[in-house]
Ligand binder design. Structure first.
Ligand code: CUA
Length: 166
């Protein structure tokens, strides 16, 4: 019969080391909770790279050939928005209050940005990729969206508006 190995008594964790191990674990839990609260309670979403497209042909075929707002069901919309130097097409869209809008945005030239002011809708617009975010418009008003990536001379003039009607 062999005796089970005795635990190594020299395996000693310094109290300071133990303290930092616990602090690191607590921090990880705090980070995980922050992500969970942001996602579940505050509606923060990561912009998903929805699809790959060919920036040379994206304006000629598929949904971006005729960008704009489409009503899928009452109160449910999708907005296909083409970015190019230095405009968004369409530039203005309008939905009734309470509508859910899913934005699909791509670029046919350089990198742009899409930020809907006062909301969590904020994404990079990269040629070759479709960026997607969903937003529920619960408050009437006019919201500007702006390009937030410097894209050349007309960058500052590159914006559009979402009007939410009563
Ligand atoms: Cu487009 Cu800045």
């Amino acid at each position: 019969m062999t005796t089970p190995p005795t635990p190594d008594q020299s395996m000693h964790v310094d109290p300071y080391e133990r303290g930092w191990i616990i602090a690191a674990i607590v921090l990880l839990v705090v980070f995980a909770l922050a992500v969970a609260v942001a996602g579940a309670a505050m509606g923060v979403q990561l912009p998903a790279p929805e699809a790959r497209v060919d920036p040379n042909t994206v304006a000629l075929q598929g949904p971006f050939a005729s960008p704009g707002l489409r009503e899928l069901a009452p109160g449910k919309y999708e907005a296909y928005i083409m970015s190019q130097i230095w405009l968004f097409n369409p530039r203005d869209i309008s939905v009734p209050k309470g509508s859910e809008i899913t934005f699909y945005v791509t670029s046919k030239d350089v990198q742009h940005g899409f930020k809907l002011e006062g909301t969590n809708v904020n994404m990079m617009v990269i040629p070759g990729q479709v960026s997607k975010l969903t937003y529920t418009a619960n408050k009437a008003g006019t919201y500007n969206w702006v390009c937030h990536e410097y894209c050349g001379l007309g960058h500052a003039a590159m914006f559009g508006t979402l009007t939410v009607t009563e």
